[in-house]
Design a protein around this ligand. Structure first.
Ligand code: AHG
Length: 340
């Protein structure tokens, strides 16, 4: 009889973080806090159709988007779990206009700040389609005193850790502290995330493209030429590629990470900077994809090199398997050179 040892997320964090350069247990604690918040969010997501938590909260978030009750709940769970931990100096969330500074005695000494999208894909909640939570952890620039906005406005290459939780057919947490990407599936019977996807590497050659094609008349010609390339017949490269688009970044990204593909949310004529947020959508996913062997760009530069200037700034995003992102860039650059 083969008995596989189950490795829980907490065991894994403790084992891998002890060699971390700044190992003080704070980062381990933070990851544990996020996992705990995710379990609380997961519990509510699973009951979404059962209790009166579905539907609009009756107001808009700071971007004028419709806010669902679960968005608020997820924001509060993440914020509260991080606030009481004493391991986090402050947070930035899609659901909060400015940063939230934790000003109690322990948090003032904390070395990390966390940016998060508490519930990504919230427009999919009502129709029972997978959604997620995305997080990005930075070290404070100034180790002394309470945090300020500059501690958050760091380029993604400065990230210490990033990850996401996907509330899908099962609930998974995928994260990296810079050394490999690992996935943990929540076993509801014991309430623990268990290592299920060790050392995830994204296939270097992808065969899936994910983009909201309904914006075709708002994309640049280069983007449309790449989409046409994906649809063309070509035996040698295995085209046409499969088109898959869920409309939840976490879910589209997760599928492509495992199976190999490209996700795109390019600039459109109505959204010249794309739709996705740099700090808590593009950066954490770019960090993960690079650690898994893929790449991420905004069409002009590596996502992780972008110096943010505002908490909620947007960025175009091309992310996934290296061959497909490079190919997409050939079409984008061709268009840019043609315009010179
Ligand atoms: P929201 O949380 O408002 O539903 O937005 C989801 C985000 C992201 O998760 C997804 O990739 C993208 O928006 C989908 O946008 P479109 O509907 O414009 O394709």
């Amino acid at each position: 009889m083969v008995i596989n040892k189950v490795i829980t997320l907490n065991e894994f964090i403790l084992e891998t973080q002890k060699d971390f350069p700044y190992a003080s247990g704070e980062l381990s604690g933070l990851l544990g806090d996020i996992a705990f918040a995710a379990k609380l969010i997961n519990r509510s997501v699973n009951k979404a159709g059962l209790i009166d938590i579905l539907g609009n909260a009756g107001n808009s978030n700071i971007h004028g988007e419709e806010v669902k009750k679960l968005d608020i709940y997820a924001h509060e769970q993440m914020t509260n779990c991080l606030r009481v931990s004493g391991e986090c100096a402050g947070i930035a969330s899609e659901e909060a206009d400015g940063i939230v500074v934790f000003d109690d005695e322990r948090s003032r000494k904390a070395q990390y700040v966390v940016c998060f999208d508490p519930l990504d894909g919230s427009s999919n909640i009502d129709v029972n389609i997978s959604i997620g939570t995305i997080f990005a952890i930075y070290r404070k620039i100034n180790p002394v005193g309470i945090c300020d906005e500059l501690d958050f406005l760091q380029p993604g290459k400065q990230l210490v850790a990033a990850g996401y939780v996907i509330y899908g057919s099962s609930t998974m947490m995928v994260y990296s502290t810079g050394n490999g990407v690992n996935g943990f599936t929540l076993d509801p019977s014991i309430g623990e995330f268990c290592l299920s996807h060790p050392n995830i590497q994204t296939p270097p050659k992808g065969s899936i493209y994910s983009v909201n094609e309904s914006y075709w008349n708002k994309f640049s010609p280069g983007v449309n030429n790449f989409i046409r390339y994906c649809k063309d017949n070509d035996k040698a490269t295995g085209r046409p590629f499969n088109s898959r688009y869920i409309g939840t970044l976490v879910s589209d990204f997760h599928r492509n990470l495992i199976k190999g593909g490209i996700f795109m949310y390019p600039a459109t004529t109505s959204h010249p900077n794309g739709k996705l947020r740099l700090m808590y959508e593009c950066n954490p996913m770019a960090f993960l994809v690079e650690k898994a062997g893929g790449m991420a760009t905004d069409g002009a530069q590596r996502i992780l090199d972008i110096q943010p200037t505002a908490l909620h700034q947007r960025s175009p995003l091309f992310i996934g398997a290296t061959d497909l992102v490079r190919k997409a860039m050939e079409f984008v650059y061709e268009e840019q050179y043609a315009a010179l």
